[in-house]
Design a protein around this ligand. Structure first.
Ligand code: FES
Ligand SMILES: [Fe+2]
Length: 330
């Protein structure tokens, strides 16, 4: 497939690029859709995202530092505050007017669910909605934002796919005995996600007991999985005990073949087990996917007929079609 990351339509959507903690601790550099950017929090606590290029002599601003809510360039100390406004030019007389071109042109940026989200253009859609964020029965558990040497297209395809469970997830929950996938019917789910519901019997080794809240060799669970364009996937796992475990899987294109990956969990357990221990099992699952996907080069073909499909590929096929429409502005 031709280069997809510079498609102008993608610039109209929100992507998770960092954790809130990372920007609270200082200035960081990131790359989104080929665009190198600097992220910093200003004195009001708001996160700012701007091209990682000082307007003075093009030094990378991510090599600077944040002091009292002001981003200071490491080359000549020009400093930037709220909304990228240049607030100081140390070499100039105090009365010297700051040139218009001396301010940073910020992208849309905000903090949601413990993550920094950036939209490079005018937003055409919202950040994916997770209603449990406002429900005090649920707690949220974040994970680091990692770099995968994988196209975001292949990640999203994988996160919608059930058929790989018994092949790739043999070290976690995938039962090698159950390779057949039940018939999948797609429908609109809540909050703009589109996907399917299915019942699955999963392996429940001791390492999975914390996540499932149960012991025993196997657990039955109902999963509801759906996508939200361009690259978000929400999976809700329900156990008969009433435990709900919601996973938001986020793939952010750095370029065509590299992506940030992070996931967030919301769950209505009794909050007694440490967050870190609770997500350990999901981290191991993600690691199995990463190892598999990093073996596959390039961008996932999106054109109709480019890939052979089985019935179990229905969700991914629907997502590929909708992504194609988005990229073609149809
Ligand atoms: S290049 Fe940033 S202050 Fe000169
Ligand atoms: Fe997987």
């Amino acid at each position: 497939m031709a280069i997809f990351f510079d498609n102008p339509e993608l610039r109209k959507h929100w992507f998770a690029v960092a954790t809130d903690v990372e920007v609270t601790n200082g200035v960081i550099g990131r790359q989104l859709l080929g665009e190198k950017m600097v992220l910093y929090k200003d004195a009001s606590g708001k996160v700012n995202a701007a091209p990682d290029r000082c307007p003075h002599r093009e030094a990378p601003l991510s090599a600077g530092e944040v002091s009292d809510g002001v981003l200071v360039c490491c080359y000549h100390g020009w400093s930037f505050g709220e909304g990228g406004k240049c607030v100081s030019i140390p070499s100039a007389d105090p009365g010297f007017p700051i040139p218009k071109s001396g301010h940073l042109r910020c992208f849309n940026a905000e903090i949601r669910y413990g993550l920094v989200w950036v939209c490079l253009g005018d937003p055409a859609s919202d950040i994916p909605i997770i209603t449990q964020e406002a429900d005090s029965d649920f707690r949220r558990i974040n994970s680091p934002v990692d770099v995968w040497k994988v196209s975001a297209t292949r990640m999203t395809d994988n996160f919608l796919d059930i058929a790989h469970f018994p092949w790739v997830h043999t070290g976690t929950f995938g039962s090698s005995q159950r390779t057949a996938v039940q018939k999948i019917d797609l429908k609109d789910l809540t909050d703009g996600y589109h996907g399917y519901e299915y019942d699955v019997v999963a392996e429940n080794p001791p390492s999975a007991g914390i996540a499932s809240g149960q012991s025993g060799g196997e657990v039955s669970r109902t999963m509801t999985t759906g996508f939200y364009l361009p690259f978000a996937v929400r999976s809700t796992i329900k156990y008969h005990t009433g435990l709900e475990h919601i996973i938001l899987l986020l793939s952010t294109p750095i370029d065509d073949v590299n992506a940030y990956f992070t996931f967030i969990i919301w769950r209505n357990d009794d909050f007694s087990i440490a967050s870190e221990d609770t997500v350990m099992f999901d981290r191991s699952i993600g690691e199995e996917d990463r190892v598999m996907l990093e073996k596959i080069p390039g961008v996932l073909p999106l054109e109709h007929g480019a890939l052979a499909n089985a019935q179990s590929d229905k969700p991914s096929t629907a997502w590929r079609m909708k992504l194609s429409q988005l990229l073609n502005n149809e």
